[in-house]
Design a protein around this ligand. Structure first.
Ligand code: PMP
Length: 287
């Protein structure tokens, strides 16, 4: 099946799916995005993803590219046209195409929108969850508005490449106080020495992950105690468990931090039970 992308009103084969050289996303990273998981033919937590898209767009004063209900149809259509049963759907909205100038273009400039989808083998993800992942830590070097899901991801790209070169799968950003903010593309959690789930409050220092929000729901359902507070790298190294959350990894156990094993170096039971209960609680929308 040839891959199809939605580009500004048209469904096109990937080879023809291109954006204009003066798209402000390309020129200035002047755009936002969402990644929504697809599991067993359903989009996961689409409502929350589109609510966050709405917030990101409003923060940057970019208009919706189309009515929300039409956008939902495009997302589902791209998933269907690509035969994605398990994987992800990617959506990007930029301030549009205009002659290069830093200030906003004329208000008549239409936002540009691209949607793509790809398959991810659920077995591969399950195997990864069974063995856990390693993280490294890097100094926080991003701007203060990482709560906006902007396409400007250069520090995240560099941090994740550094992780890969160190034999790890994720990099945790660490603020000047030694506290973990979040991962390059995930939120960070621990189960502390008292057995409480700990994750940083979703203030301006992190992206309010949709998976993070749903995992808070799952934790409440399972009767787990949650503390939304920052935690240090040292505390994470002493923790009973550590894990990361994102739409593509759901709940992924962390088994080592900067080469130091977390607990016995194996995935923890709390992370695995959150992972198992996740799909019972998350919203599912048939593609
Ligand atoms: N933080 C960052 C920096 C991210 O890029 C992501 C992935 N979009 C997340 C957290 C997790 O967010 P979500 O659960 O919505 O995928």
């Amino acid at each position: 099946m040839s891959k199809i992308a939605y580009v500004n009103g048209r469904y096109l084969p990937h080879a023809e799916a291109t954006v204009h050289v003066e798209d402000r996303g390309y020129q200035f990273s002047d755009g936002v995005y969402e990644v929504c998981e697809v599991a067993r033919g359903s989009l996961i937590d689409m409502t929350r993803h589109l609510n966050r898209l709405d917030r990101s767009l409003r923060e940057l004063r970019i208009a919706w590219p189309m009515h929300r209900s039409a956008l939902e149809i495009v997302l589902r259509e791209v998933v269907r046209m690509n035969g994605v049963r398990d994987g992800l759907v990617y959506l990007q909205v930029t301030r549009g195409v205009a002659r290069r100038d830093h200030v906003f273009p004329a208000s008549t400039t239409r936002p540009a929108m691209v949607v793509t989808a790809k398959r991810i083998d659920p077995e591969t993800v399950a195997r990864r969850a069974a063995s856990g992942v390693k993280v490294i830590t890097v100094p926080e070097n991003r701007w203060e508005r990482v709560d906006i899901k902007s396409v400007g991801l250069l520090p995240n790209v560099l941090a994740k490449q550094q992780a890969k070169e160190a034999g790890a799968q994720e990099a945790w950003f660490v603020d000047p106080e030694g506290k973990v903010t979040e991962g390059g593309s995930t939120n960070a959690w621990i189960v502390d020495e008292a057995g409480k789930l700990v994750t940083r409050p979703a203030d301006f220092g992190i992206l309010r992950g949709i998976t993070r929000t749903t995992v808070l729901d799952v934790a409440a359902k399972l009767g787990l105690t949650v503390e939304e507070r920052p935690f240090s790298v040292e505390e994470a190294k002493r923790a009973r468990e550590a894990f990361i959350t994102s739409a593509t990894s759901i709940v992924m156990p962390v088994v080592a931090i900067d080469g130091h094993p977390v607990a016995n170096g194996h995935p923890g039971s709390v992370a695995l039970s959150l992972r198992e209960a996740f799909f019972d609680i998350a919203e599912k929308t048939k593609a």
